[in-house]
Design a protein around this ligand. Structure first.
Ligand SMILES: Nc1ncnc2c1ncn2[C@@H]1O[C@H](COP(=O)(O)OP(=O)(O)OP(=O)(O)O)[C@@H](O)[C@H]1O
Ligand SMILES: [Mg+2]
Length: 310
């Protein structure tokens, strides 16, 4: 559905996007992640034909976004970072106007507007002036706008930015539902949210791709995935030594001692689980255990590991 080849954007001497290449298959929901200034919006604006690249190509459903711009753009529903809306129009009136701008006529424009309003849960708000809407509902209007001509591809730039947790949840569910019928490329820095909806994740930083994989593979491949924390009572040095000698254990750090409890960070090979061996050791040596926790790792860990600057 999307093919991006060596896409580069320079603003003067500054390169915001460097030689970016990735593909998105039809029906996929792809999370596009990166810290502030990573180049997400710049990439999405090039993909949607709003910004010419300095070099490289991109195509949507086989149409080159620059050479065959009108056809390519007719396949895309784009929700930009700060949804520009006409405050003095009513929701339905505005969406119908947008349908007409997108080339829909008469009854078709009416039907499609009605469907988009329904899908985005805006029915009870359809007569409201846009300026009286809460931020969450404004985002819904932006989504309805992106949907209105039934594009194959939805490109959403931080759709949950600035929303409260309840609204984030309902927009997330809406995107999940839209993912059943559309290919979606959604940028965000709320990782837990992307983890829940995306089947593929692309992480960029400094305009370059740092990772591109399924959420599961990214998390499994992480260092934190193999970490165990334990609190064990007994001789600290003996405990540390005995656990270090177990299979799959890479490093044991005694991080603190609190009323005879040693707090241990146990780094293991990822994908292994050494908890049973540790409890066997405890029985053998007569130690007491009050915590034995294996960290699963989150997408946030992956993100921080790949993009932190220190
Ligand atoms: N018109 C412009 N002129 C000069 N520099 C720009 C322009 N637009 C963006 N930039 C720079 O390009 C870089 C990438 O910006 P971009 O908006 O694509 O990042 P982003 O990943 O969307 O960030 P955010 O998470 O904050 O939305 C930033 O360093 C930004 O300052
Ligand atoms: Mg942005």
């Amino acid at each position: 559905m999307i093919e991006i080849n060596h896409l580069t954007k320079k603003y003067g001497r500054f390169t915001a996007v460097k030689d970016l290449s990735f593909n998105v298959g039809a029906g996929q929901v792809v999370g596009f992640l990166g810290p502030n200034g990573a180049g997400k919006t710049t990439t999405l604006r090039m993909l949607t034909g709003y910004l010419p690249p300095t070099s490289g190509t991109a195509s949507i459903a086989g149409y080159d976004i620059f050479k065959d711009s009108i056809k390519a753009r007719s396949q895309i529903g784009y929700m930009p970072e700060n949804v520009p809306l006409y405050d003095d129009m009513r929701v339905r009136e505005y969406l119908k106007f947008r349908a007409q701008v997108k080339g829909l006529k008469g009854s078709e424009a009416r039907t499609m507007t009605g469907e988009a309003i329904e899908t985005c849960g805006l029915s009870h708000m359809r007569k409201r002036m846009i300026k009286t809407l809460s931020k969450g509902y404004r985002q819904r209007v932006g989504l309805a706008d992106a949907l209105i001509n039934k594009p194959q591809l939805l490109v959403l730039d931080e759709p949950t930015n600035g929303l409260d947790p309840n609204q984030i949840r309902s927009i997330r569910n809406l995107i999940k539902k839209l993912g059943e019928k559309h290919t979606i490329l959604v940028s965000s820095h709320i990782l837990s949210e992307v983890e829940m909806i995306a089947d593929h994740i692309v992480i960029i930083d400094g305009g370059e791709i740092k990772a591109s994989d399924t959420p599961k593979n990214l998390i499994d491949g992480m260092r934190a995935a193999g970490k165990i924390t334990a609190e064990i009572q007994g001789n600290g040095e003996t405990i540390q030594g005995a656990i270090s000698r177990l299979n799959h254990v890479k490093k044991v750090t005694n991080t603190a001692m609190e009323k005879k409890w040693n707090k241990l960070d146990i780094l293991c090979e990822s994908g292994t689980d050494t908890r049973e061996r540790i409890s066997e050791l405890s029985a053998q040596y007569g130690w007491q255990i009050r915590t034995l926790h294996r960290h699963k790792g989150t997408l946030e860990d992956v993100f921080v590991e790949l993009t932190r600057k220190d």
